[in-house]
Design a protein around this ligand. Sequence first.
Ligand code: SF4
Length: 539
Amino acid sequence: MAINQKVLEELLNQYPSKVKRNRKKHIIIKDSALARQEIEANTRTIPGIITNRGCAFAGCKGVVLGPLKDVIHIVHGPIGCAFYTWGARRNKAKSEDPTKNFINYCVSTDMQESDIVFGGEKKLARMIDEVMEIFKPNAIFISATCPVGLIGDDLQAVAKAAQEKHGIPILAFNCEGYKGVSQSAGHHIANNGLMEGVIGQGDWEEAPGKYPINILGEYNIGGDSWEVERILKEIGYTVIAVMTGDGSYEELKNAHVAELNLVQCHRSINYIADMLETKYGTPWLKVNFIGVQATIDSLRNMALYFGDPALIQKTEEVIARELARVEPILGQYKKICQGKTAFCFVGGSRGHHYQGLYAELGIETVLAGYEFAHRDDYEGRDVIPEIKLDADTKNIPDLHVTPDERRFRLKISPERMEELKKKIPLRNYKGMNIEMKDGSIIVDDLNHFETEEFIRLLKPDIFSSGIKDKYVVQKMGIPSKQLHSYDYSGPYAGFNGAVNFARDIAMAFTSPTWNFITPPWKNEPLLEGTIAEGGCSEC
Ligand code: SF4
C-alpha cells in the first residue's frame, strides 16, 4: 500500500496532539513535484517514545575515537558506559606491531559513590599512570560520561598535567552523554579534538607516494576499509590515513600531507573535512563505496580530480577486471532479490548509501531515514545556512581553524576547482532525499511505534536497521538485516563487499525458517475424524 498524506495523518492521529505536531515535521512523503520538502532533524527526542538513538559519548568514543588502535581510550565514569561499548562496534584493526594494538581492551575508571562525592580527578590521574606502566600506548584519550560534567571534574587539566608527566599526547574529550540530542554531538566533539590535538602533529612535509589521500568517515566495520584500501592501492593511490577504521594516532598525525580527502560518512566527519580544507588547502570529495556503481563512480571521480591520464587508465582497468569478476555472481543473487522492497533506517549515512546497492539487486527502498543525521544529510549541504541551532546543540563548541602559515597550499587552482565542481561532488553532498523515489517515506528518528505502523502499511520484504529493532521485526515474520554490525558478516564495501551483501540478503530471503512461523494447526487441523449421527449403534 502506498502511503498518502491522509494515511500518514491517520497514523499520526494516534499520538497526543503535542507529539503529533512534533513527529509530523520529521516524516515526509517524497514528492519531486514540490520545490522543496523540508524535514526537521537533529532535535530533541520525545521522552518515552522508544527511540533508537544513543548519546554523545557513544558518538565520540564509540564511533570516531574508539577505532584508533594504538591509543588507550580511558572511559571516565561508572562502569556501564565502558562495558556496553566494549567490542560492540565491529571496527576491526590489525597491526604489524602487536604491542600497539589495544582494540580489544576496555579501560574505565569505574567511578564509585566516593568519586562522585569527592571528585574523580585523582583516580583518573592514577589510572593514566597505570596505563603508562602496563601498555605504553602512542597516545591516551579520555572520554567523559554523564556524571563527569555534573560533578565538575576538570578532565582537560588532568590530561595536560599527565601529558607533561609522561611525554605522550593525552587528550580529553568532554563528550558527556547528555550533550546535544544524539551521537551526532559526540562526532563533533571528537572531530574538534582530533583536529586540535592529533592531525598536523606529525613532521611530514610531503607524502611518501603518488596520489596521497585520506579516507574520512570510514570505520572498517567488518573489514570495509580494508576492501576499499585494496582497490585504491591497486589503482596506485597512497592512503595516508583512514579516519578512523583500523586507524592510528601515528597515521593521523600526518594526515595534513594528503592531496585529497575522501568523505564516506558525511555526518560524522564533515567537520574535519571542512577544517582540513581551511587549514591545509586540501579539498574533500564525497564518495560512496557501498554498491558496485557507487564504487565505480567514486573511483572515476577521484581519477578526474587528479586528472592524470595514467591514473584514469589504471582506474578503468581495475573497474573492468573487478566487474567481470563480480557481475556474474551478483546476477545469480539478483534472481532471488528482484522485485522486493526494503526499509533502510540506519544512523547517519548508511540509510542513503545502501539504497544504491539494494537497487542493484532489484530491491526498492520504500522507507529510509536516520537516527541522528542533520538536515544537510537529508536535503543536501545547500541548506546549511538555513539551519538554526537550538538550545540543545548550541553548547557544542564550533572549532574555527585558520590557514596553517607553513603548510597551507592550494592543492588545485580555483579555476580547476570550479570546473571540477560542475562534474564531481567536490566539497559538496546532495543528501539522501534527492535520490529517493516519489511516494517513498523519509523518517527522521524513527521510533518503535512508527516502525510497527509503517511495517503494517508498507509490508516490506526486508527491514534493515540495528540490533534493538531486529528481533521485534523478525518476530513479525520479516527478515531483518543489521546495517550497523552487518549481522557479524562483511565487508560490505567495494566490489567484494557487494557480493557478500548480496549473498547475505539472498540468504535472508531464502531461509526456510520463514515457512515455519505459523504453526500448522493454525491453518489446518492435525486430527481428522467424524462423529456419527445418533452415536454408536452398539451402545
Ligand atoms: S548516556 Fe551517559 S550513562 Fe549512558 S552511555 Fe552515554 S555517557 Fe554513559
